[in-house]
Design a protein. Structure first.
Length: 129
């Protein structure tokens, strides 16, 4: 594994470990940003936090890393509507400047790339005799 891939993997692990723990430590923070059309917001927060932790720990083993990466990409896809919702009604979130809300979407795109690249199996190049 290259140093860059290892660094990306460490970043992704820490991102989702800290984020997952955050769902349990500060659930009301996350509940306040859930769109009103999402049922049972607190349950969704706990489930997504558990999902983030599960995905993070799946990255630690080479056997589960690829599946963990796919799992985390699905989680990113599921939480992106929250970021879009916040941009649609920024007046509901005066504590977040609008440029920061846009930056979150850019970060989401970068995170998707980082998760994908760091969790794909290394390519084995056959030796030429």
């Amino acid at each position: 594994m290259t140093t860059a891939k290892r660094a990306g993997l460490a970043f992704v692990f820490l991102w989702f470990l800290i984020g997952g723990v955050g769902h349990f430590v500060l659930p009301q923070f996350f509940v306040q940003i859930i769109p009103p059309w999402v049922p049972s917001p607190l349950a969704v927060i706990y489930l997504s936090g558990a999902g983030e932790l599960l995905g993070a720990f799946a990255l630690l083993s080479a056997r589960t890393r690829s599946l963990g990466g796919i799992w985390l990409l699905l989680i990113i896809a599921c939480v992106t509507p929250v970021h879009i919702y916040m941009l649609q009604v920024p007046e509901r979130f005066p504590q977040f400047p609008v440029p920061l809300l846009w930056l979150r979407l850019v970060i989401q795109a970068g995170l998707i790339i980082c998760v994908w690249r760091s969790t794909r199996p290394d390519r084995v190049v056959p030796a030429i005799a």
